[in-house]
Design a binder for this molecule. Structure first.
Ligand code: 5GP
Length: 190
């Protein structure tokens, strides 16, 4: 997605440890117009998959997931990283190691919000080592639902997440694919 790549080049900052900071439009401040175009793009990519529900993880996956849900007219569920007082104990839980925060979170989704007949589209902001997506896949499998596709806003293709997911047979589509962040410069996959 050319517009997204241009925005990454214009506004992104490369931090140490191969981290790309995009808090002006995705990870802190959110650009609703760009999220809307991202939602339209994901609809185009996954329109034929009979998606019934979108799953993401709080907090940075929520904006692109909701705008995709709006386009596809399906509900959006975000996994919680912390147990809320209002949440029942009736939840699917999985462990996710956070690459940026270096901690393990238990992500959970209330069992009312995913069914065995769901065709689920996973949406997330970044794909790096694939831990976050694997946690969601684990929850979808616990619910005996189907993973119909995985939509990623920014993929760091030099990290192993995508390769492993493809090896496991998943349909992964990323809107921007980064080949390298060497020398503080963003280079995209050709
Ligand atoms: P993974 O689980 O695939 O290793 O990492 C995915 C999660 O880590 C994303 O949901 C995102 O929150 C965070 N993440 C990984 N790499 C980056 C990065 O380069 N920049 C930012 N802003 N977040 C990242």
């Amino acid at each position: 997605m050319k517009l997204l790549e241009d925005r990454i080049v214009k506004d992104g900052t490369v931090l140490s440890g191969d981290i790309l900071k995009v808090d002006t439009f995705l990870n802190h401040q959110v650009d609703p117009q760009l999220m809307n175009l991202i939602g339209k793009e994901f609809k185009k990519l996954f329109d034929k998959n009979n998606i019934t529900r979108i799953l993401t993880v709080e907090s940075s996956g929520i904006a692109p997931a909701v705008l995709t849900g709006l386009q596809m007219n399906v509900p959006v569920v975000f996994a919680r990283k912390h147990k809320s007082v209002t949440m029942s104990d009736n939840a699917f839980v999985s462990d996710v190691y956070s690459y940026t925060k270096k901690v393990t979170n238990h992500i959970s989704i209330d069992k009312r919000f995913i069914n065995s007949d769901d065709n689920v589209l996973i949406i997330d902001d970044f794909l790096a080592n694939g831990q976050a997506v694997h946690g969601l896949v684990d929850i979808i499998h616990q619910a005996k639902a189907n993973v119909s596709g995985i939509g990623i806003v920014i993929e760091k293709s030099f990290q192993p997440g995508r390769k492993q997911l493809e090896k496991d047979g998943f349909n992964v589509k990323s809107l921007a694919r980064i080949a390298s962040l060497d020398n503080n410069k963003v280079t995209f996959v050709e």
